[in-house]
Design a protein around this ligand. Structure first.
Ligand code: 13P
Length: 336
């Protein structure tokens, strides 16, 4: 078993999942402004140190993805953020892409940037305690998108990123996200997501990436958010499993889904059904941002000093997701 494989398994085994707390300052500003909290470095830190000090971290969270600002911050009680995460038994991770820009010659689509100087940044992040990383490729979906160009160029970037990350002894999270936006059917999402994931693996293999030392972070197979169709959770789980079974090589240890705009309950329920119906050998867990933090953020905004109340909300959400990662979640437990 390679060291990278051990790290990947440590992050995602036994119902543990990933907290994606790597919102860029721009995204975090949008989230904070929506709840009338000024987006200062101090407030961004305060929310994050509140949830990262929660009791459920120990039991449920295997890794936390951070943004550059946060990995360099020290909590109000004097602990470095990576040390706070490690003290709960989780591994610190870091988002290393520099965002999605318009793709030349297909300007309605995006290409994720950040390869320039990446090797040097990775060395710095390793020294700060990071043991895994994230890079998100983002694909819009419609009759004509994602184009072959977007599928190819994002897969190429994800593979070059992954090779550099492994060279620096960290586990790359490979995140190709086919967006929920649009009126497409789940079957169209299945077709396009399969194409996107297969191309990613073609490129990862070409770039000699050790597939046992990565974590795949895909979208679930859903109807578009403005589609007139609404398939059941059962169908979502079956189509998602079918997609991954047919497009992910067996060496990959596990899959950690993004929530992508699903509500907290939808993201939990769907993950639960995926695990109940999982016929693959892949671990299937969560790497949620919004679906872990939304309610906690709302509660926190009402009284940023009431740490316990925010932590209670966060603890519940995280525990529900970890139950779902074992296929043991239920409505009764949710509402207990
Ligand atoms: P969401 O779960 O909010 O989609 O965020 C996950 C993530 O890390 C997106 O890159």
């Amino acid at each position: 078993m390679s060291e990278l494989n051990k790290i990947a398994l440590k992050i995602i085994s036994n119902g543990k999942g990933i907290l994606a707390a790597d919102e860029s300052n721009g995204t975090m500003t949008k989230r904070l402004e929506a709840i009338n909290v000024p987006s200062t470095p101090e407030n961004r830190l305060l929310f994050r140190e509140t949830i990262l000090s929660s009791e459920s971290m120990k039991e449920c969270i295997g890794g936390v993805i951070l943004y550059d600002e946060t990995i360099n911050q020290t909590t109000s009680f004097g602990k470095l953020i990576p040390d706070l995460i490690s003290s709960s038994g989780a591994l610190p991770g870091i988002k290393v892409d520099t965002g999605a820009k318009n793709l030349a010659n297909s300007s309605e689509e995006k290409i994720t940037e950040g390869l320039d100087g990446l090797r040097e940044r990775l060395k710095k992040y390793y020294k700060l305690g990071a043991r895994f990383t994230k890079w998100r490729g983002v694909y819009c979906i419609s009759d004509k998108y994602p184009s072959k160009l977007a599928i190819h160029s994002n897969a190429h970037a994800l593979a070059r990123y992954s090779a550099l990350v492994q060279e620096n002894n960290m586990v790359p999270i490979v995140e190709p996200e086919v967006l929920m936006d649009g009126d497409h059917t789940a079957d169209h999402c299945l077709k396009k997501t399969s194409e996107v994931i297969k191309k990613c693996f073609d490129e990862l293999i070409l770039h000699k990436v050790d597939l046992s030392g990565i974590i795949l972070k895909p979208n679930m197979i859903l109807d578009g958010s403005s589609s007139k169709y609404k398939i059941s959770g059962e169908e979502i789980s079956q189509k998602t499993i079918q997609c991954l079974q047919n497009s992910v090589p067996s060496e990959v240890p596990g899959i950690a889904f993004l929530s992508g705009g699903q509500s907290e309950i939808e993201a939990t329920e769907n993950l639960n059904l995926i695990n109940k119906n999982n016929t693959t050998k892949f671990i299937m867990t969560y790497s949620y941002g919004r679906a872990l933090q939304q309610s906690a953020l709302k509660t926190w905004s009402k009284n940023t000093k009431d740490i316990k109340k925010t932590q209670n909300i966060f603890n519940h959400r995280v525990k529900m997701c970890s139950l779902a990662a074992k296929g043991k979640w239920s409505n009764e437990l949710e509402n207990k």
